[in-house]
Design a protein around this ligand. Structure first.
Ligand SMILES: Cc1cc2nc3c(=O)[nH]c(=O)nc-3n(C[C@H](O)[C@H](O)[C@H](O)COP(=O)(O)O)c2cc1C
Length: 283
């Protein structure tokens, strides 16, 4: 079930990302269930807004996707520019398909450059939005002490930034966090990637948002199993005024683009922490 205390009203006013992340967790659960000899059925209960999973004994299947769960991460640094083989692109495309969810894989330079323009536009709008910046700030974990005590959020170290105490982090954030430098960083990040993937579902409702999360998680686990990194770049879909233009550019008509990400080859970065199990299980 969603943890409503962790909503992000500025960046995610309709809870779209919250239900997508619930889908990501569901997919991890399904991959892990198989590895422990259980087969699951997933059902979205729209009256309660929860995902229900029923598990039955089955054959044990330890898939490469299961092995990838503890290794997967969002890799928010420059990649090395290498392209993917057609076989790897096919394998990502098949991992990312689901019920009523499709994925576009974009590798042509002109299209990638155009998507970069949308990311820059979205990012500029977000950086000029005080509520967005405040919310982001509250989720950044600058130092080891706060990342260990909270066990969540965006760890500075995983974004290639220095690991420093919060007071210093805040000073630097206020001094250097500016649209131009962030946009330049995104341009480098996107140009060093092998391509962009965009997820789109047939209907804009919670059930499809959950399914999108399951598809993205399978995509990310398959990528990890192949040694391919990815990072989300959702600015063009988070800024609601930009989203319809972006959808039209991608030829999606009235459908809502759900997630945007880049992929390619790059280094490992320091990991985000996880909260302990007892903090995410409701008795
Ligand atoms: C629905 C959803 C949307 C996200 N959007 C973004 C995004 O736009 N930009 C970004 O840098 N990270 C984004 N993230 C990534 C999370 O910040 C990341 O998963 C979290 O910091 C934990 O790090 P990890 O996945 O590397 O363990 C998103 C995650 C989810 C589930």
């Amino acid at each position: 079930m969603p943890d409503w205390s962790r909503r992000c009203p500025a960046v995610d006013p309709d809870n779209h990302h919250m239900f997508v992340s619930l889908g990501c967790a569901t997919e991890n659960l399904m991959q892990a269930a198989q590895a422990f000899g259980k087969q699951g059925q997933v059902h979205f209960d729209s009256a309660m807004d929860v995902v229900k999973v029923s598990l039955e004994p089955s054959q044990t299947v330890i898939s490469p996707l299961f092995d990838a769960i503890p290794k997967r991460q969002c890799t928010r640094v420059e990649y090395d520019g290498r392209k993917l083989s057609n076989d790897d692109l096919k394998s990502l495309a098949s991992a990312g398909q689901g019920k009523g969810v499709n994925m576009l894989l974009i590798t042509e330079k002109e299209k990638v450059d155009q998507i970069l323009e949308y990311v820059v536009q979205g990012n500029t709008t977000q950086m000029n939005d005080r509520a967005f910046v405040k919310e982001l700030e509250s989720w950044i974990r600058f130092g080891y002490d706060e990342v260990v005590s909270k066990g969540d959020g965006l760890f500075s170290g995983s974004t290639g930034n220095p690991v420093i105490p919060r007071w210093l982090g805040m000073e630097l954030f206020n001094l250097f966090f500016a649209a131009k430098s962030e946009n330049d960083k995104y341009a480098k990040h996107i140009r060093s990637s092998a391509g962009i993937a965009v997820f789109v579902s047939d209907r804009n409702d919670k059930e499809h948002w959950v399914e999108t999360g399951r598809c993205y998680e399978r995509f990310a686990l398959q990528a990890t199993a192949l040694g391919i990194k990815n990072a989300l770049l959702n600015q063009p879909i988070e800024v609601s005024a930009l989203r319809p233009q972006f959808a039209t550019y991608l030829g999606m008509g009235d459908r809502r683009p759900d997630l945007v990400l880049r992929f390619g080859y790059g280094p490992e970065t320091p990991r985000s922490l996880r909260r302990s199990l007892d903090r995410v299980i409701v008795a």
